[in-house]
Ligand binder design. Structure first.
Ligand SMILES: [Cu+2]
Length: 105
């Protein structure tokens, strides 16, 4: 009798864990745009693009030195815009602002 109760409890736990795991794995694509100061030429844009693309979870990145911005698409949760801003600043540039747009799907 005790064993069957334990099995029911175990079964409920398995269902709960499965539900939580499914919820966590549902990620959203987010587009972020960063205002970057300090880019001077094409190699600055390339350095930022490459650094952003190396981040796990980033699906697309670009930077425009003439306009002074960088863009990235990434999976959320997993990647945060703050983390990407830190990547850009790690290269010696300054991120003065960023905005994010969630994309459904
Ligand atoms: Cu440059």
């Amino acid at each position: 009798m005790k064993t069957s109760v334990d099995r029911v409890v175990l079964g409920i736990l398995v269902v709960i864990v499965a539900m939580v795991t499914a919820g966590c794995s549902r990620s959203t694509t987010v587009h972020a745009s960063f205002t970057v100061e300090g880019m001077h030429c094409e190699s600055c844009s390339s350095a930022i693009t490459e650094a952003l693309e190396k981040v796990e979870g980033v699906t697309d990145a670009s930077a425009d030195h003439a306009k002074g911005f960088a863009k990235a698409s990434f999976q959320s949760p997993g990647v945060s815009p703050e983390q990407l801003a830190a990547e850009i600043e790690g290269l010696g540039y300054t991120v003065t602002a960023f905005e994010t747009t969630p994309v459904e799907g």
